[in-house]
Design a protein around this ligand. Structure first.
Ligand SMILES: [Zn+2]
Length: 344
């Protein structure tokens, strides 16, 4: 199995994070990728570098005005007379405003508000370069899958909360969705995205909501109590030609291996029934019982069994890294997942 990573990922080092009214250091740190890369070296799978995603590749799913914003945000923010070290929003475009003719403003302060879903996606020096680097890593893995093989993409920052024109939840560019789209364009008739990060893959759902050629499945903790709160419910099934092509499997807080693996197996079965010719796995490790946010309670064995279950589908696959913030354990979880996959 080939693996890919962006040697420049550490250029993106977000600081700001607000949780339950407390400002805390951001969890999405460069050390996460270092821990995962260490695991790849231990497994004898050292990652290859990949070219950054091109503008044309990014525009297969992301809006041009949003990409311009991400590219230019730090320079515009830096020109403000007084500012913090990163671009962080202090308001958002609400549904009420959008229903009444709201439009994107010219000021960078207003644009940061417009193009973000929350304040967990600070834009600092290096954010744009790391985001398109991570997308390139996912596209390299998709290239392997397009050739009938399976590859792992060590993406940082993660991507599954990013919509066509909105960042959120540590995510800026949707790496997994771009991989799925690339597989479609490379000739796979139907592609499934199976997201096992503990948070709902809301951006991925949004990007493929009305498409019947890409099945999106997300296994995650109950959004009534957990980010992204508004979406991730079982009733969200897609629309138009995508009706029935989105499957959310929310789980009660504290769900452990057996309950989580049952849901992963339901997702795998949905991909099989859909007739997927290729698979994208959004692989988060934040379902781990060792996770700082600790909503689910999956063990190392659970991740090994998930790897075996998904590898058992025997589909060409791009395994794309999403979240997982317990820096001391995520390397081991990656080893167990990939070993499980290889043993399937
Ligand atoms: Zn997550």
């Amino acid at each position: 199995m080939k693996t890919f990573a962006d040697p420049g990922q550490a250029r993106h080092s977000p600081q700001f994070f607000l949780i339950r009214g407390e400002v805390r250091p951001n969890y999405e740190v460069p050390a996460r990728a270092a821990a995962l890369e260490g695991a790849l070296h231990r497994m004898g799978l050292p990652p290859e570098a990949a070219p950054a995603a091109t503008r044309a590749q990014l525009e297969t799913l992301h809006r041009a005005d949003y990409l311009d914003f991400l590219r230019d945000a730090m320079a515009e923010w830096s020109a403000l007379p007084t500012k913090g070290p990163e671009a962080v929003p202090n308001m958002h475009a609400t549904a009420d405003a959008l229903a009444n003719g709201a439009r994107c403003p010219g000021s960078i302060v207003g644009k940061v508000a417009w193009y973000t879903a929350d304040n967990a996606c600070p834009i600092g020096p290096g954010t744009w370069e790391a985001a398109i680097g991570a997308a390139g890593v996912a596209l390299a893995a998709a290239g392997e899958a397009a050739a009938g093989r399976t590859a792992y993409a060590l993406c940082r920052p993660p991507g599954h909360h990013a919509y066509a024109a909105r960042a959120g939840g540590h995510c800026y560019v949707n790496n997994a969705a771009l991989a799925a789209e690339a597989l479609r364009r490379a000739g796979a008739g139907r592609v499934a995205v199976l997201d096992i990060d503990s948070h709902h893959g809301n951006g991925t759902q949004g990007l493929f909501w009305d498409r019947g050629d890409v099945l999106t499945v997300s296994v995650h903790a109950d959004p009534n109590r957990y980010y992204p709160f508004f979406t991730g419910h079982a009733e969200e099934r897609g629309a138009g030609s995508g009706a029935g092509c989105n499957l959310n499997l929310p789980l009660a807080f504290g769900t452990a291996d057996d309950g989580w693996l049952d849901a992963v197996a339901r997702g795998a079965e949905a991909a099989r029934r859909f007739g997927a010719e290729a698979l994208v796995v959004s692989l988060g490790f934040d379902a781990s019982r060792d996770e700082p946010l600790n909503a689910l309670s999956v063990t190392e064995d659970g991740f090994a069994r998930a790897g075996a279950l998904l590898g058992g589908l025997r589909l060409p696959s791009a395994i794309v890294q999403e979240g997982g913030y317990a820096v001391d354990v995520i390397g081991t979880l990656l080893e167990r997942f990939l070993k499980g996959w290889g043993d399937a």
